[in-house]
Design a protein around this ligand. Structure first.
Ligand code: GLU
Length: 424
């Protein structure tokens, strides 16, 4: 007998609602561990903080910040911090829960956590951005730490922001605690390979899924939504393998070219002007047309809830690689499965980032840094092992890769929960 949470009101398609239905689908495969499943349906701890700063014009502005620790049964909390004007507690809860599933799915010794600030960083000066970051870090400083909860970059946060977070936490505790965040600059305890790790993981899992489907990557048509750190890196790797990037969408719009977009030109232009800045290299089309651009592989690498029922119905893709967290709503997942479209779920597909974050954390503690080849070899091995294990589970139970991933991950989490027992 457990009461419903009072502080969120999820709908079928909202991030927390999506997560809850993903958990519900796995219950039949948990056996006696199902007794513990309620533990996954609520966060262990959620902190809401006020982030006041003095703006450059002398006014005082307040922003709302969050850090949610969803589960720590298998290790410290782990997960990024997102700066976005639409961030909500409900969204951060779902993102923290997906981190719990993700770290367990690839078998990293972590739980799941996530943070966010409801702010549009594009409207802040560099100095204001630093103030927001530092005040937020100081406020959540009471629950984060190298052995308790380790933040990292996510949407609109980067290595510089991680450096400010590391410094603020370190100033508050005395000393230099490099292990408190990952995704730091290289000379501050960062790791080689971290920036490209998420996109690389999307490529490695996608290449293996394509191979198993008998799809040749040479000439395969790919549509990518979101052209930041994840989408653009994955696109470049697929293009190197001979695929054609036929559509790209970002916050500025959508560009298509059925012969393949020239990434050597598109990537640098997109950094300053967005993808529509590359008018010379393709056609700018209405955003909704992105979803019916003929393609073989679809990579949603932007925000949650993008792959709706209607869009799942119209995509021509045979393979969906979830670079974003939570891009597919549950009903769209069902439609894709019925239509025979294979989905490599976010909690495996984009786990490359947190995997190299783990390498960074290990290197920080041992003060011994690996070369990039070693990072990539280890990353590829972890991603391939995880994917193969999940593929076998999906074949065995005749379930989707997502439900198979949840079955593997939830078993690990709930086994740890059971073995630790309830305290007191
Ligand atoms: N924000 C990334 C994710 O969603 C990385 C998190 C991390 O490295 O801790 O997986």
């Amino acid at each position: 007998m457990s009461e419903k949470l009072s502080f969120v009101n999820p709908t079928a398609d909202s991030p927390w609602g999506t997560y809850l239905s993903q958990v519900d689908r796995v219950v039949p495969y948990l056996g006696p561990l199902a007794r513990w499943v309620e533990t996954l349906k609520r966060p262990k701890r959620a902190l809401i903080v006020d982030v006041p700063i003095e703006m450059d014009d002398g006014t005082i502005a307040h922003f709302e910040g969050y850090r949610v620790q969803h589960n720590m049964s298998r290790g410290p909390g782990k997960g990024g911090v997102r700066f976005h004007p639409d961030v909500t507690l409900e969204e951060v809860m779902a993102l923290s829960a997906w981190m719990t599933i993700k770290t367990a799915a690839v078998n990293l010794p972590y739980g799941g956590a996530k943070g966010g600030i409801r702010v549009d960083p594009k409207k802040l000066s560099l100095q204001e951005l630093e103030k927001v970051t530092r005040r937020y870090t100081s406020e959540i400083g009471i629950i984060i730490g190298p052995h308790t909860d380790i933040p990292a970059p996510d949407v609109n946060t980067n290595a510089q922001i991680m450096a400010w977070m590391m410094d603020t936490y370190s100033m508050n505790v005395g000393g230099t605690a490099t292990g408190v965040v990952t995704g730091k600059p290289l000379h501050l305890g960062g790791s080689l390979g971290r920036v490209k790790a998420t996109g690389r993981g999307v490529f490695v899992t996608g290449r293996e899924a394509a191979r198993r489907l008998g799809m040749d990557l040479r000439g395969a048509r790919i549509a990518v939504q979101g052209f930041g750190n994840v989408g653009s890196v994955a696109a470049e790797l697929f293009a190197e393998a001979g695929a054609k990037i036929v559509a790209v969408q970002d916050h500025t719009g959508t560009i298509v070219n059925s012969n393949g977009l020239d990434l050597a030109k598109l990537v640098p232009i997109s950094r300053t002007d967005g993808v529509v800045g590359f008018k010379a290299g393709g056609d700018i089309v209405p955003n909704e047309d992105f979803w019916n651009t003929p393609c073989d592989i679809l990579i949603p690498a932007a925000l949650e809830g993008q792959l709706t029922a209607e869009r799942a119905q119209k995509t021509t893709a045979k393979l969906v690689l979830e670079g974003a967290n939570g891009p597919t709503v549950p009903i769209a997942d069902d439609i894709l499965a019925e239509r025979g479209v294979l989905v490599v779920p976010d909690v495996i597909c984009n786990a490359g980032g947190v995997t190299v974050s783990y390498f960074e954390w290990v290197q920080d503690f041992s003060s011994f840094f690996w070369d990039e080849d070693e990072i990539n070899v280890r990353l590829d091995r972890i991603m391939m092992n995880a994917l193969n294990h999940i593929w076998d589970t999906s074949d065995k139970h005749k379930i989707t890769l997502r439900t198979a991933t949840y079955a593997v991950a939830c078993e690990r989490i709930l086994m740890a929960r059971q073995e630790r027992g309830l305290y007191p």
